[in-house]
Ligand binder design. Structure first.
Ligand code: NAG
Ligand code: NAG
Length: 381
């Protein structure tokens, strides 16, 4: 070996070490998703908060937030679980299927570099956090917030269901002053403003001062994506109303603005749409060019195609993944896409299932027979 090649090798190792170091730093702001593994019954004492920091789940400022407002922690645990389950749900048919989120806080390069996938996870985790915290506010579970302050303006006239017929039969009611007497803000609106503030405080606490220029730029992009996620939830508030008055006359109606009651999943679907239209940004100026709208997701690194095993890029490959092998099946779940053209194997197995169950009236019991069903699955080569 000549002198120069060994020198080259040294430099290469140095570069790799620096790269790994940067990666470790860059992955920080979603380390808290490791909270998904924390126990529900954990009591968030000051020691527990510091312990979570030592285990690498929380950053310094996040641990401080944990110590000062420990009642947010169970909601963040829930939000971390929501993030993983919504991510895996929306990506289930994709080559990158979000399984690496389970590695938190020790992520692989798919989430440590500025990929689209990282953009999704940042936005989704912010959306899940704000949803959980807003719900906790409305349920009175947090000392720092409760119901939303009602808006000053009158609730809009076009209000779901029954009110329409009411308005139609009595058109005199259609002027704004009448509307005021009919509808009023009440109930308990989801306090998205406070929840957003807490989420921001918690998620933006990662400091970027120790990072190099690339790291700082990535941090800016992360914060942008996290804000896009919060905005997705903020914009999803919908008007909910309840009728009051004798025998359903609905002479008074109280309205509030509520979150999608089914959970952060709906926000996940909207963020997933933004994933496919995400825009690439380059760290030329060290800050984001102004033309990018708040609601876009941004990424700084092109993703690999995730077709084959590639540890350097955090790709697990799709060998062995189940796909839809039905001849005409196109689209993302189809074997053609998922197996990256490598083809697939068809596997059949026999499963025994209870079937043709009958209720035997004499004896209050159910009798079934056993059927043999052939189940076909398709797996990527
Ligand atoms: C996701 O992909 C990985 C790697 O291909 C695979 O091991 C895992 O089973 C997949 N998960 C699901 C739910 O399909
Ligand atoms: C494949 O097609 C058959 C018949 O069209 C259908 O019964 C079966 O559920 C399909 N399988 C999958 C995995 O979509």
């Amino acid at each position: 070996m000549t002198m120069s090649t060994s020198k080259c090798k040294n430099i290469k190792w140095l570069a790799i070490t620096i790269l790994i170091f940067i990666h470790v730093q860059e992955g920080e702001s979603i380390k808290w998703l490791a909270l998904s593994k924390a126990s529900d019954v954990r009591i968030w004492t000051k020691e527990a908060c510091s312990g979570a920091k030592t285990s690498g789940y929380l950053e310094r400022k996040q641990a401080r937030a944990c110590r000062s407002t420990p009642d947010i922690m169970p909601n963040l645990i829930q939000a971390a679980r929501d993030t993983a389950s919504v991510c895996q749900q929306v990506f289930k048919d994709r080559r990158w299927n979000c399984s690496s989120i389970e590695l938190a806080p020790r992520y692989t390069p798919d989430l440590l570099t500025g990929t689209r996938e990282r953009a999704f996870v940042h936005a989704m985790s912010a959306a899940a956090a704000i949803w959980r915290l807003a719900r906790a506010c409305a349920l009175g579970n947090l000392a720092i917030c409760s119901c939303a302050t009602p808006p000053r303006r009158v609730p809009p006239l076009i209000i779901p269901h029954t009110s329409l017929s009411l308005l139609r039969t009595n058109s005199a009611l259609l002027d704004a002053s009448a509307a005021k007497s009919l509808f009023k803000w009440g109930g308990c609106g989801d306090d998205v403003k406070s929840a957003s503030r807490i989420t921001k405080m918690f998620l933006q606490s990662s400091s970027s001062s120790s990072l190099g220029a690339t790291g700082r730029f990535l941090h800016t992009v992360d914060m942008h994506n996290s804000r896009a996620g919060r905005r997705t939830v903020e914009q999803s508030l919908s008007l909910e109303c309840k009728c009051h008055g004798v025998s359903g006359s609905c002479s008074v109606r109280t309205c509030w603005r509520g979150l999608d009651s089914k959970g952060p999943g709906a926000a996940g679907t909207r963020i997933f749409k933004k994933y496919s239209t995400a825009a690439e940004v380059r760290p030329k100026l060290g800050r984001l060019p102004p033309l990018y709208h708040h609601d876009n997701l941004l990424y700084t690194t092109k993703s690999v195609d995730y077709c084959s095993l590639d540890k350097k890029h955090g790709s697990l490959g799709t060998i062995g993944r189940q796909c839809n092998g039905n001849g005409s099946s196109l689209g993302y779940a189809g074997c053609e896409y998922l197996c990256c053209g490598r083809g697939h194997v068809t596997k059949t197995r026999v499963v025994l299932e209870r079937c043709e169950c009958k209720y035997i009236s004499c004896c209050y019991s159910v009798q079934c027979s056993t059927c043999r069903n052939i189940v076909t699955t398709y797996e990527c080569n």
